[in-house]
Design a protein. Structure first.
Length: 422
């Protein structure tokens, strides 16, 4: 497309606990997605053991291939935390006790009503070199390190996710913004009710595809995101991406429900805030997952009023006044039951919009007429006095079906609110 230099990175996650499967490696996805927003493409992610030779091998390989390297793990005070000592030996550096780091460590322990052990003094030893900059860890005791070796930038962080994220936000991201140019521009088109293959088939038939951009199809729990990106000078790249969005929109407009969505819950909360709507929910098969996702968003208290997990038939009757005869004739998993759940929410709350879901997540409980994965979901706006109900069928295991049901309910609400109340 052009000869613009693209900033790239490698991520090295160190820890036997990752390789054994005891710890889920969320660090790499967080770092890579953060870097992408900054215009830096991650070319390699690898998890390795707490082993000196492996650490050196992977670091040397990465330094030959990229200018920016992120290392997580191995900065604790115990004998299996090797990273700092290994890097210092490899680069020929000595460790020096830093009183200010020790003061920070003792302050962290004091906040927890604890006293540091003597072993924690190990964390106050820092490479004695002007080529290694300290990264202040406001969330924990292990300081991060920024090695600048042969024009390579090596950022070393603790493996504890909240500490790593704190260092990224407070120390590393500001440094990258100031010292590395952003040559990437991208937009996301969020679609639903269409498969990845169908999307590709429609778009690829256009004579100008891929519209002088890089096009990626990203299947997700709520649908497929089409990511359109371009590298180069700002005005030129932005124009190409925005032009591609117009063409793609003309081809699959009925499948697009929003653009540049962070997550369904982020989008829904944002919409409800703009509309000054209060939301109440009733869940059966999802067991509170919908409400959990909503309340994970900062500021959701501005829009979320209350919710009920009416898992049993008795609770549907006692809390939402669902007619026992409705449950007996149609079953808990039915349009009729979800409709009466919405009625109950309208009667019991003062919400502007209410939603409900009931389904069969499996692996048992299905039938010929209602197999595992059958879900009924819907919502209703108080001012409209009508219901929007749909039947869905989702595949996957129990957890996957619950996640898809929760996401799909949010997307149905997003689609309607964007269309009817822009």
């Amino acid at each position: 497309m052009n000869n613009t230099k693209i900033n790239t990175s490698h991520i090295i996650n160190i820890g036997d606990e990752i390789l054994s499967g005891h710890t889920i490696n969320t660090n790499s996805s967080y770092i890579a997605s953060t870097l992408y927003e900054l215009g830096i493409l991650t070319k390699k992610i690898i998890a390795i053991a707490d082993d000196e030779s492996e650490i050196i091998t992977e670091l040397d390989n990465s330094m030959k291939q990229t200018d920016i390297i992120f290392i997580t793990g191995g900065l604790g005070p115990t004998n299996d935390d090797l990273t700092k000592n290994v890097l210092c030996r490899h680069f020929g550096l000595k460790l020096k006790f830093r009183p200010e780091v020790w003061d920070h460590i003792t302050a962290i322990f004091a906040k927890r009503n604890m006293v540091p052990d003597e072993i924690n003094r190990e964390q106050a030893l820092f490479p004695d070199s002007e080529n290694v900059l300290p990264l202040q860890n406001s969330a924990g005791t292990a300081p991060g390190m920024h090695f600048i070796i042969d024009a390579k930038h090596i950022f070393v962080m603790p493996g504890v996710p909240n500490e790593m994220r704190s260092l990224m936000k407070e120390e590393i991201v500001p440094y990258i913004k100031e010292n590395f140019s952003d040559n990437l521009y991208y937009r996301d088109i969020n679609t639903t009710d269409i498969s990845e293959s169908s999307l590709y088939s429609i778009l690829s038939k256009h004579p100008e595809f891929p519209f002088d951009c890089a096009i990626a199809f990203l299947p997700q729990g709520f649908g497929v995101t089409v990511r359109v990106k371009n590298f180069g000078k700002a005005l030129e790249r932005n124009k190409k991406v925005d032009s591609a969005l117009i063409i793609i929109g003309s081809l699959v407009n009925d499948k697009i429900f929003t653009y540049d969505m962070k997550s369904p819950q982020h989008e829904l909360v944002s919409l409800l805030k703009k509309l000054h709507f209060r939301l109440s929910a009733a869940e059966s098969c999802t067991g509170g997952l919908f409400m959990n996702n909503i309340t994970n968003i900062p500021g959701s208290s501005e829009v979320f009023s209350e919710g009920f997990v009416t898992y049993s038939n008795d609770s549907k009757f006692s809390i939402l006044n669902v007619n026992p005869q409705t449950l007996s004739l149609n079953g808990a998993v039915s349009e009729e039951t979800v409709s009466e759940m919405l009625d109950g929410l309208m009667a019991e709350t003062k919400a502007d919009i209410v939603c409900a879901v009931s389904g069969i997540a499996g692996p048992d409980g299905g039938s010929v007429s209602k197999p595992v994965g059958t879900v009924f979901a819907g919502f209703s706006l108080r001012e409209e006095k009508k219901k929007h109900l749909r039947k869905f069928f989702f595949t996957g295991d129990r957890i996957s079906i619950k996640e898809k049901a929760s996401n799909k309910l949010m997307i149905e609400m997003i689609k309607y609110l964007k269309k009817e109340m822009p």
